[in-house]
Design a protein around this ligand. Structure first.
Ligand code: FAD
Length: 384
């Protein structure tokens, strides 16, 4: 449900202050310690950030897509690891349940996800199945009133703190593609579920990923998302569709922050007797970044608006993820260049963002996969 204008403004103002006063000052520390302080996570709970997209009936704010991207524009102005704390509950860790879960499943888990009492993780990727997600081999065998899950999942965000996993597994052992896949709600304390050690990553320090292993992991039959087997792959794709617009919005916010940092530096740093901002080659980098970030912001807002209006925005969501995540990579590269040697030195923070944004082009569908989705949809539409 859409918030009234005053409530939305109040929410955005509160998040803006939280980002400026609490999160931005901690960026270097989070990068150094590879951890978001517990006090910050608690404040995020108190601000209701874990429940941004969870329906009001289940204790969340039930933001529309347009409202969600406005929040992402604010939260995205700081190191992406902070957003990652709430990112799975707001996105991939709750949306499958919201879209396709039963009432009972929603009542059981959504209030806890909305309050941040538990963290939700999304476990699709496997060692042998990344972009080709329909080829997953994790299996779920029906055994009386239970399913028994076997397999392993790779690079699962927030797995180390998760209370609930949405796990994708093959219920039809004879199938090889999307149709034999089902989704399950698997509590972290289920017998037979174990975690790998957190991976060392290029950037986004403070956000953790690790493997999740299932060894004869028994879950009750009602852990199946929805009531039918075989719809899990569709659940995963719908979840990722929404997430793509969100990641695109975060990319816009990081780009705008980097442009501000680059502009400030260019106006202050002097070479050849004047601020480097007066050199036209520097101006070209600033202008290219500004124009691309503006185009990205507009496409995200437009796609969100059309999704809220009930349109199928699969193509546009992929356009947003593709363009915005590639755009912020270019902007980060130019920001480093404008800072010269300082851009390569940790104290200035630009190199940290340069590392952080690299991930946006890889997870929740790589740039190449977005290109394939866009082209496939174009061809399908032309054949109609
Ligand atoms: C930090 C991090 C967090 C993550 N969090 C999660 C999570 O919470 N849950 C989850 O399930 N997964 C998660 N992932 C996994 C992520 O979604 C995958 O890494 C991603 O989808 C790519 O899969 P892959 O790594 O197997 O690469 P691959 O699929 O092996 O791709 C390798 C390269 O080949 C290209 N490629 C593949 N197929 C094609 C094709 N048909 N045409 C052209 N090019 C192609 C890709 O674009 C890429 O450039 C995370 C990954 C990372 C690094």
């Amino acid at each position: 449900m859409a918030l009234d204008a005053d409530t939305l403004k109040q929410l955005l103002d509160t998040i803006r202050r939280f980002v400026d006063e609490r999160l931005i000052p901690l960026e270097a520390e989070v990068d150094r310690n590879d951890e978001v302080p517990a006090a910050i996570v608690q404040q995020m709970r108190e601000l209701g950030l874990f429940g941004l997209t969870i329906p009001e009936d289940y204790g969340g704010l039930g933001l529309t897509m347009s409202e969600e991207v406005q929040v992402a524009f604010e939260l995205g102005r700081t190191t992406p690891a902070f957003r990652s704390v709430i990112g799975t509950n707001v996105g991939i860790g709750s949306q499958g349940l919201i879209m396709d879960g039963t009432d009972g499943q929603k009542r059981r888990y959504l209030p806890k996800l909305a309050s941040g009492e538990i963290i939700g993780s999304f476990a699709l990727t496997e060692p042998g199945a990344g972009s080709d997600a329909a080829s997953i081999r994790t299996s779920a065998r029906r055994d009386g009133n239970h399913y028994v899950i076997n397999g392993s999942k790779r690079y699962i965000t927030n797995a180390h703190v998760a209370g609930l996993f949405t796990v994708f597994a093959r219920t039809d052992p004879h199938s090889t593609g999307a149709s034999g896949v089902s989704a399950f709600l698997d509590p972290a304390d289920a017998q037979g579920l174990s975690l790998g050690i957190p991976e060392r990553k290029m950037g986004q320090k403070g956000a953790q990923v690790c493997d999740v292993m299932f060894d004869e992991c028994r879950v009750p039959a009602d852990a199946l998302v929805g009531e039918n087997e075989g719809i899990g792959f569709k659940t995963a794709m719908k979840t990722l569709d929404r997430g793509r617009i969100h990641i695109a919005a975060v990319s816009v916010a990081v780009a705008e922050r980097l442009i501000r940092m680059a502009l400030d530096y260019a106006m202050e740093r002097e070479q050849f007797g004047k601020p480097i901002a007066e050199f036209q080659l520097i101006q070209a980098m600033l202008a290219d970044s500004k124009a691309e970030a503006y185009a990205a912001r507009c496409m995200v807002e437009e796609t969100a608006r059309r999704r809220d209006a009930g349109e199928d925005v699969s193509t546009e969501a992929s356009c947003c993820k593709y363009f915005c995540t590639e755009m912020v990579g270019r902007v980060a590269d130019r920001a480093v260049q404008i800072h010269g040697g300082a851009g390569y030195i940790a104290d200035y923070g630009v190199e940290r963002f340069y590392r952080d944004v690299r991930l946006f082009r890889i997870y929740e569908g790589t740039s190449q996969i977005q290109q394939l989705i866009i082209a496939r949809n174009m061809i399908r539409a032309a054949r109609k």
